[in-house]
Design a protein around this ligand. Structure first.
Ligand SMILES: [Ca+2]
Ligand SMILES: [Ca+2]
Length: 346
């Protein structure tokens, strides 16, 4: 090999070394940058979460204060007109964040677990509640949603047996890729898991989902905070629309303080004593289950925290969060009290 050829090879090696070194440098810078961005994103996410948790604590304290107030006044009534717990916080700057929040009463909503009653350790379907759910879906979903089919499938979803009890319904054999839980549901979104539920026949307005909830079976419906659609489903299907109007008229004047007084209204005269007792057992004037929704924005990035609380109203009981969900901001913040509930109680 001549001297000039050796120089040429050395030059190529040097050039290759430089190329490799600069590639490595570039990779290091790229990785570092990505690591920093990721760390920053996590920190920002955590920051928004901490802000939301702080707002949740404030709302929770508001609910506890309301309970103390109710106890002191000896009036265990929860309504959205005269009381302060139904908070609606418009976008408010706090430090470097923008916070908005609202509090809802979950006991003003249709509880899907009403569709079953417990007897001898078994969950038995409740035909009246199936009629009520059918009516609510009829009033709030598009016509092609097939309300009675959905309501019967919900009952099969919940009841202990694996038999399709009605003409319409679905149990394990009908589902290809899932199994029915055969027990109470923990979230109203389980309605979406039903066999006949179709995305294109769900309500156009996302707020309709705020008419449904999943609470323990015996939980009553608070007549002071329920939107008209839920009152119509629960009371209207038994006592007619006149009775629903009477409830709305009554609570417009003042919060309803006793279901027994409500049952004395002439609009309920069409019911016999048993029907009245059955209906009264579903209704209440106060609430133990609430929802707090918080939106947090920092540097143009958004998070939503949806917390659900149980405020046990008995003496010496505590208030606790039983569900916390960080959800994407696909829908507007739910209004305070409940969707479709107007400030004057109508
Ligand atoms: Ca079943
Ligand atoms: Ca069944």
């Amino acid at each position: 090999m001549t001297a000039s050829k050796q120089h040429g090879v050395a030059l190529i090696i040097v050039l290759m070394l430089f190329a490799i070194l600069s590639t490595i440098t570039l990779e290091i810078v790229f990785r570092q940058d990505r690591f920093l961005t990721r760390a920053d994103n996590l920190l920002q996410w955590d920051k928004r979460y901490q802000y939301a948790m702080a707002a949740e604590v404030v709302a929770q304290q508001g609910l506890i204060d309301d309970l103390d107030d109710d106890r002191n006044n000896n009036a265990m009534v929860d309504d959205c007109v005269e009381e302060q717990w139904a908070v609606q916080l418009p976008p408010t700057p706090y430090d470097d964040a923008m916070l908005s929040a609202s509090v809802q009463d979950l006991q003003g909503r249709f509880n899907l677990n009403w569709l079953i009653t417990t007897s001898g350790g078994q969950f038995i379907r409740n035909p009246e509640a199936i009629t009520q759910l059918t009516r609510l879906i009829e009033q709030t979903f598009p016509p092609e949603a097939n309300p009675s089919r959905l309501a019967n499938e919900m009952a099969d979803w919940l009841d202990s047996n694996n038999i399709v009890d009605s003409v319409e319904g679905a149990e394990d054999p009908e589902y290809r890729n899932r199994r029915t839980p055969n027990m109470p549901v923990s979230h109203e979104s389980e309605l979406r898991a039903l066999l006949s539920f179709r995305v294109n026949s769900q309500p156009a307005e996302s707020l309709v989902w705020g008419l449904f909830t999943a609470l323990p079976q015996g939980t009553t419906l608070n007549v002071n905070t329920a939107p008209p659609q839920v009152l119509d489903a629960v009371i209207g299907s038994v006592a007619g629309t006149g009775a629903v109007k009477a409830v709305i008229e009554e609570r417009k004047k003042a919060p309803i303080t006793a279901i027994s007084n409500l049952m004395q209204e002439p609009a309920f005269n069409g019911l016999n004593a048993n029907q009245k007792n059955d209906l009264a057992s579903l209704l209440g004037v106060s609430s133990e289950y609430f929802q707090v929704m918080v939106n947090v924005e920092v540097d143009g990035q958004l998070s939503r925290l949806v917390s659900r609380l149980h405020r046990a109203n008995g003496q010496g009981k505590t208030t606790s969060v039983f569900s916390r969900q960080v959800s994407p901001l696909l829908t507007p913040l739910e209004p305070a009290c409940n969707p479709f509930y107007n400030a004057d109680g109508t």
